[in-house]
Design a protein around this ligand. Structure first.
Ligand code: ZN
Length: 211
């Protein structure tokens, strides 16, 4: 995909306008930067259109006009400012496969990675809490299972989080693929824990208030 297509697909004019300091109101209207506008008369969404001066176009036209630069330059600027990857000589292509399909695949991967990270970091914090909350007293013959789980798992989960944060693209992709099942189990584990905790505190409340 070339830079023009990539940018137009990824960045709306509204996002660009706001990024470059133009205030857009709730109705998607802004003061037109291309004529002496007193009231917001420019509609900005995916494209833009000014009802005052008839300026009109897509996000690349908008930035080209705003900065007085050629379209190609505007597209490259947008790609840089919004981290849009694209294929072109002299620029690094997005991890391999070009085309529409890979953009969707990349998006799916990113969402999955974020989901993994969210679940794992929730779990990591929970383990940290269990480690102190259920720490055994010296006289305890048996350790609380949640404390044991924290001891067993926290370091490993921390390692997975580190990889998701600072690993290479390949390491992250491998982790997401390998841990998918485990992350689903952890997600269920966390919601099961939250539910049982809620149930316990409900029982405790009705137990004391009820009779
Ligand atoms: Zn205008």
């Amino acid at each position: 995909m070339n830079v023009f297509e990539a940018v137009k697909q990824s960045v709306t004019t509204r996002q660009a306008a706001e990024h470059y300091g133009i205030r857009v109101n709730r109705n998607g209207m802004a003061l037109c930067p291309f004529h002496n506008d007193k009231n917001p008369s420019m509609k900005v969404d995916r494209r833009f259109h000014c009802f005052g001066c008839q300026a009109d176009g897509d996000v690349i036209d908008f930035v080209a006009k705003l900065y007085g630069m050629p379209s190609k330059e505007a597209a490259v600027k947008l790609a840089g400012d919004f981290s849009v990857s694209y294929d072109a000589k002299g620029h690094s292509p997005p991890a391999g496969r070009p085309g529409r399909k890979s953009v969707r695949g990349e998006l799916r991967f990113r969402q999955e990675k974020q989901w993994c990270f969210r679940v794992l970091s929730d779990y990591y914090h929970l383990l940290g809490k269990w480690k102190t909350e259920y720490a055994p007293a010296p006289e305890d013959a048996q350790w609380h299972p949640l404390f044991v789980e924290a001891l067993q798992k926290q370091e490993y989960i921390g390692y997975l989080l580190d990889t998701l944060l600072s690993g290479t693209m390949e390491e992250k992709a491998a982790l997401v693929a390998e841990q998918r099942g485990e992350v689903i189990r952890i997600e269920q584990r966390i919601s099961g824990y939250a539910a049982s905790r809620h149930e316990r505190s409900r029982l405790a409340r009705t137990g004391t208030d009820g009779r």
